[in-house]
Design a protein around this ligand. Sequence first.
Ligand SMILES: [Zn+2]
Length: 108
Amino acid sequence: MNTEQKTIIAMIKIFCEYHHKTHGSLCEECNKLQEYAFYRLKKCPYANNKPTCSRCPVHCYEKIKKEEIKAVMRFAGPRMPFKHPILALKHSLQDKKNGHKNARFILN
Ligand SMILES: [Zn+2]
């Protein structure tokens, strides 16, 4: 599993725990969203060399799902450094490596 996948799992989990009061596992809705996100990541033409989803030039998420993912990232993004400091750091390093000054979790 790559950093992007781990980041998405972690963020959906934070979102689901808070909004849907789940513990440990995701609710059905969030589980579907995660599967969808994985499916999209797998099909991503940038594969392992991608500039993290927030910077990706390919808008691969369908509109409705994109809104859902966006909501998750907007909510969980700022919480990532506290909940998953190492993952958040890796994510931002990957972003920096690609020439971006400020790492963000929010999709464009
Ligand atoms: Zn949920």
